[in-house]
Design a protein around this ligand. Structure first.
Ligand SMILES: Cc1cc2nc3c(=O)[nH]c(=O)nc-3n(C[C@H](O)[C@H](O)[C@H](O)COP(=O)(O)OP(=O)(O)OC[C@H]3O[C@@H](n4cnc5c(N)ncnc54)[C@H](O)[C@@H]3O)c2cc1C
Length: 511
């Protein structure tokens, strides 16, 4: 038996609990979505969370982007979340750049402003309902893995040491991830801005746009409207660097707003405040044997662009169906390597883009600030540039690499296609299975009757055949007109991607 050591196994764990298929460490948005998906897929899932039940994380994230809403829609959850928030169709950055989520080709052409705890509450309810075993007050202290599974060492609320075992483990335990440390992985990067203040406040005067952000000299401020009378303010002054435990006073926030935005909008009633620093870091490997990292445990970046939670949700959506497929025996373990291959580059891109915004906000000299203003105006005057930036920030423009010779749609996000019978693709994806979209008269091996596959037909007259992965990306497509070529290609795709028809293919191949 090969053992991969957990480097910080500080517990002598005498008691081992019953096995799970997957242990998820950390009940933030990433862990909650992942655990819920796996339980919906019929797997035994244990979620270990060091916090006591009912105590939510502080409201860090407030922006939910279109692609996250699409993922939630593909689980039947989006409308409930949208009802909790305030949609922003337009954002203004650096006094000049107008970003227009309203132009996104999505059912959700906006940025939803809603507190992170609403996202967590929704995902927690779903995970509970799907049968996830929640263990609150369970602090993971280390792990060991062998060829068959992972032992996770836990200190329970009463101080008892316990070991949990599962076939796979996912560390979604945030920026200070114990799982990452136990795997011996570095978290290279650096602090990009320190002494950032955050506050939820009321204003006498309403800013003209729902989200406004600007930087001047050393100061930066962002004001975003929650839509319920409260506003989120984030700001800093690079000349003022104080220890992180220094209390945030209302006057300090007012000053940053006046410096950067020209007004404090009559700030009063400060609900809560926080002072933090912002890092840019990414783990070099998202998988070590049977253990995976996702969300802030794998990558952390500045809050600029509001992408941390959104990227974690996409990590979860990418990994959950792969783990389910492998654990059900529908796919080989090597499918799990594609999680790193697909998500690590996305994490890197988000680090770069949010880093670019924060660096632009930090420009100090006059020529640099002139350059920033010019860039902002350029985004307005060349709409394709602004639209492309919005596509990437929202996640709608993100695609995964497809193999050489693949159809041009392979790896791309499948939009919410209109299907026959008045349904939509995101509704068809709600079973967590692959969706095969073909013309209504197309013959499919086994007539498409397979629990791993949902059969759907185009609403209009289209001849493309499309296999959509459970996370809403195109696995395979063909426009072939020769019926034999088409059928053969489809058969190969179904076996390769869904495992459907594999037994039949094996039988046919026997001498
Ligand atoms: C000021 C600010 C504003 C932000 N705004 C946005 C935004 O608008 N949009 C956006 O997308 N993102 C935003 N983010 C980032 C976002 O908050 C994070 O990316 C998100 O919370 C990450 O989710 P996660 O589930 O990966 O980790 P977390 O939310 O950090 O959850 C990790 C969980 O693991 C638990 N845990 C940790 N260690 C252990 C252990 N040893 N054992 C058991 N449990 C453990 C923790 O208690 C926690 O519940 C913002 C961040 C900040 C600081």
């Amino acid at each position: 038996m090969t053992r991969k050591p957990g480097t910080i196994n500080d517990q002598d764990s005498p008691h081992t609990t019953s096995d799970s298929d997957v242990i998820v460490v950390g009940a933030g948005p990433t862990g909650l979505l992942l655990a819920g998906d796996l339980a919906v897929a019929g797997l035994r899932v244990t979620l270990l969370e060091r916090r006591a039940p009912g105590i939510s994380n502080l409201t860090r994230a407030m922006a939910v982007h279109a692609r996250s809403l699409e993922q939630l829609d593909a689980r039947g959850l989006a409308d409930e979340l949208v009802a909790t928030g305030h949609p922003l169709a337009r954002l203004r950055l650096f006094a000049a750049a107008d970003m227009k989520p309203s132009r996104l080709p999505s059912r959700f052409p906006f940025v939803l402003i809603t507190p992170q705890y609403e996202v967590e509450a929704l995902l927690e309810r779903r995970a509970q309902k799907a049968g996830v075993t929640f263990r609150y007050g369970a602090r993971v202290t280390g792990l060991d893995q062998d060829a068959d599974g992972v032992d996770v060492h836990v200190q329970e609320e009463d101080g008892a040491a316990t070991t949990y075992r599962a076939a796979y483990l996912v560390g979604t335990d945030g920026v200070h991830s114990t799982v990452r440390q136990a795997l011996g992985l570095p978290f290279p990067g650096r602090t990009v801005v320190d002494s950032v203040v955050l506050a939820d406040v009321r204003l006498d005067e309403r800013p003209t746009v729902p989200l406004v952000a600007n930087a001047t000299d050393d100061a930066f401020a962002l004001v975003s409207n929650f839509g319920d009378g409260w506003y989120r303010v984030i700001g800093w002054d690079q000349r003022r660097r104080v220890p992180e435990d220094t209390p945030v006073e209302a006057d300090e926030i007012r000053e940053y707003m006046r410096l950067a935005l020209g007004s404090d909008y009559g700030l009063h009633d400060v609900r809560w405040t926080s002072r933090f620093h912002s890092d840019e870091r990414q783990v070099p490997r998202y998988r070590v044997g049977r253990a995976f990292l996702a969300g802030d445990a794998a990558h952390v970046h500045s809050p600029a662009g509001g992408q941390g939670m959104n990227t974690g949700l996409q990590d979860a959506a990418n990994l959950s169906w792969k783990l389910a497929a492998v654990l059900r025996g529908d796919a080989a373990d090597s499918l799990l390597d594609s999680y790193h291959a697909e998500r690590h580059p996305v994490g890197k891109m988000v680090l770069r883009s949010s880093g670019a915004v924060i660096r632009l906000a930090q420009l100090r000299s006059r020529p640099q600030r002139v350059l920033r203003a010019t860039l902002a105006r350029l985004l307005n005057s060349v709409p394709p540039l602004a639209d492309r930036a919005m596509m990437m920030i929202s996640g709608v423009g993100i695609a995964y690499p497809a193999g050489r010779g693949s159809h041009p749609l392979a790896g791309k996000r499948a939009p919410d296609l209109r299907l026959a019978g008045g349904t939509r693709l995101h509704e068809a994806l709600r079973g967590g299975a692959f969706v095969l979209v073909t013309p209504e008269d197309e013959k499919v091996p086994g007539d498409g009757k397979d629990p791993r596959l949902v059969r759907a037909a185009w609403a209009g007259d289209r001849r493309t055949a499309l296999l959509v992965r459970p996370d809403g990306y195109v696995a395979w497509a063909t426009d072939a007109t020769d019926p034999d070529v088409r059928a053969e290609s489809l058969r190969g795709a179904l076996v390769r991607w869904t495992g459907a028809g594999r037994a039949a293919a094996r039988t046919a191949a026997r001498p």
